[in-house]
Design a protein around this ligand. Structure first.
Ligand SMILES: [Fe+2]
Length: 345
């Protein structure tokens, strides 16, 4: 078995391959590591055949959909996953065959109702059901402390104590532990009584993970994160630097339309000299009347340089092939000490 462990902050993902067939499975991929997964698989001579999410993640952006699109491989999750893009819905007692490897599915609800653990040879990938020195929380959507107690004490911890434990999260940099070590030392597993366990889980008072809503939105629906939308838009448009725009607008040739896509109050508080106001929210409605010449060179700007990137991508899509976005926004322009004009323009 070929085994690679990848970390992105506290999120752990695993590439597990069959040495004979070179087929591999990627478990809990994270968005920021997509290129590394592909590079590692290539380095190890592996072909990724399956992508698995151990559960619906609430704290990071799953990369399964993006990797699936790039590699044309199926996505596997537990059958209760709400995500519409799952190709292979797995259930308790089933196996995923990866070359000569047999990956066994244990349904272990509790952290989420679609949580599963995956056992292959001498290892078990525990998702957020069991962590090193902890367990997954049960206070996020579909979490259930009673179910977690069952999943742990009646299922997972009944397996061979020598099994290596590979969780979906680890914040202290430890590599792995074993079921036996967890049974002996994990503080949460010392609370065996069901009622006491539930009481403990209900009184943890954890803060909400950052990006909770966005992670659930994108992981449950397959939709895009805001960062993805911006990165995709940025890849389709050219940019102009602040200094270049300043020099060109001061030359006064009138070759550039500076399009300020912020709201009116922000525009009136201070805009780049000569800038024309066309709020992003009205772009499509007013474009024909305000920008009659599609061959004009347009530089769009906003406060931070992000909304203007989206606006420029929209303009290009509509046929304004010389639209570019300002690299930076009015905020950066202001901080550079460049001139601003206030009022209706
Ligand atoms: Fe989780």
């Amino acid at each position: 078995m070929i085994f690679e462990h990848l970390r992105a902050g506290g999120c752990q993902s695993y590439l597990v391959g069959c040495a004979e067939s070179c087929a591999a499975v990627l478990i809990d991929p994270e968005m920021s590591l997509i290129d590394r997964y592909q590079a590692l698989a290539a380095r190890e001579g592996l072909r990724i055949r399956h992508l698995v999410d151990t559960h619906t993640h609430a704290d990071h952006f799953s990369a399964t959909r993006e990797v699936a699109r790039r590699l044309e491989v199926p996505i596997s999750m537990h059958r209760l996953s709400p995500a519409p893009f799952v190709d292979l819905r797995l259930d308790d007692g089933e196996m995923l065959v990866v070359g000569n490897l047999r990956m066994q599915v244990l349904h272990t609800p509790g952290h989420t109702q679609d949580s599963m653990c995956l056992r292959v040879e001498d290892r078990v990938f525990t998702g957020d059901t069991l962590l090193m020195g902890g367990t997954g929380r049960t206070d996020l959507p579909t979490g259930n402390p009673e179910a977690l107690h069952d999943s742990l004490f009646n299922r997972l911890l009944q397996l061979d104590p020598a099994l290596k434990v590979h969780p979906a999260h680890e914040y202290k940099g430890r590599d792995h532990s074993t079921l036996g070590q967890e049974i002996a030392t994990n503080p949460r597993l010392q609370v065996r009584d069901r009622a006491a366990f539930v009481e403990m889980m209900q009184s943890l008072n954890l803060s909400m993970p950052t990006h909770l809503t966005e992670a659930l939105r994108t992981n449950m629906s397959g939709g895009k994160t805001v960062a993805q939308m911006l990165a995709e838009a940025a890849a389709t448009v050219p940019f102009m630097s602040l200094a270049e725009l300043k020099a060109r607008s001061e030359a006064g040739t009138g070759e550039l339309v500076i399009l300020d896509v912020r709201e009116r109050d922000a525009y009136e508080a201070g805009h780049i000299p000569g800038a024309k106001l066309l709020p992003r929210g009205q772009l499509e409605l007013r474009v024909n009347q305000d920008l009659p010449d599609p061959m004009r060179r347009i530089v769009s700007c906003c406060e931070f340089g992000r909304i203007s990137t989206l606006a420029t991508a929209t303009l290009r899509e509509m046929g304004f092939l010389r639209a570019v976005a300002l690299d930076g926004g009015v905020k950066a322009w202001r901080e550079a000490g460049y001139p601003l004009v206030s009022g209706a323009g």
